[in-house]
Design a protein around this ligand. Structure first.
Ligand SMILES: [Zn+2]
Length: 152
C-alpha cells in the first residue's frame, strides 16, 4: 500500500468538511491509482499556505499537532486515506479542476477522504512510499475501522 507525505496545513484541508482539498499539486505524475495513505509531515508548509486554507475552506487552522485540534491536524503521522482517482497536467484543465489546483503542476485528483480514528505515527519520505510492516499493522487496524478491507 502506498503513502504520500504532505505538509500541514494542506493535510487538514484534505479532510475539511467544507471545500476539501481535492487536488494535490506535484511536479511529478504518478501511475498509482486507488487507495493512498495521507501522511502529514513533521515540517509545516510555508508561504501563504495557512491563509489559503482559511480562504478556501472558510475555517480556521487550529494549533497543529495538538490532540485537541482534531486528528486531521496531526503532524508526523498517517492520518487517513483517500482515493487517487486520476492525474493530469495543469495545461489540460487550465487549473479549472479545483480551487486548490496550481499552474505548472501535475494535479493528483483526490476523492473520498477518510480520516483515521487514531493517527499512526510515521516518518515521511519523498514521492510515493510504502510504509514498513511495523507501521502497516496499526494502519491496517485503522483501515478496517474505516470500513476498508485491504489486501496488502
Ligand atoms: Zn487540474
Amino acid at each position: 500500500m502506498k503513502a504520500i507525505t504532505i505538509r500541514q496545513p494542506w493535510v487538514g484541508a484534505i479532510f475539511s468538511p467544507t471545500s476539501p482539498k481535492d487536488v494535490e499539486n506535484r511536479t511529478q505524475a504518478y501511475s498509482h491509482r486507488g487507495l493512498l495513505l495521507i501522511h502529514a509531515g513533521q515540517n509545516l508548509a510555508t508561504g501563504d499556505a495557512f491563509a489559503k486554507v482559511r480562504e478556501i475552506t472558510g475555517r480556521e487552522v487550529p494549533v497543529l499537532g495538538a490532540p485537541s485540534s482534531g486528528r486531521e491536524w496531526a503532524v508526523g503521522a498517517i492520518v487517513g486515506v483517500v482515493d487517487l482517482v486520476s492525474v493530469h497536467g495543469s495545461g489540460e484543465c487550465g487549473c479549472d479542476c479545483s480551487p486548490w489546483a496550481l499552474p505548472y503542476r501535475k494535479h493528483l485528483v483526490l476523492a473520498d477522504a477518510r480520516r483515521f480514528a487514531k493517527p499512526v505515527p510515521a516518518y515521511g519520505k519523498q514521492g510515493l512510499w510504502t510504509p514498513d510492516p511495523e507501521t502497516m499493522g496499526p494502519v491496517r487496524e485503522q483501515l478496517e475501522r474505516a470500513g476498508l478491507a485491504v489486501s496488502l
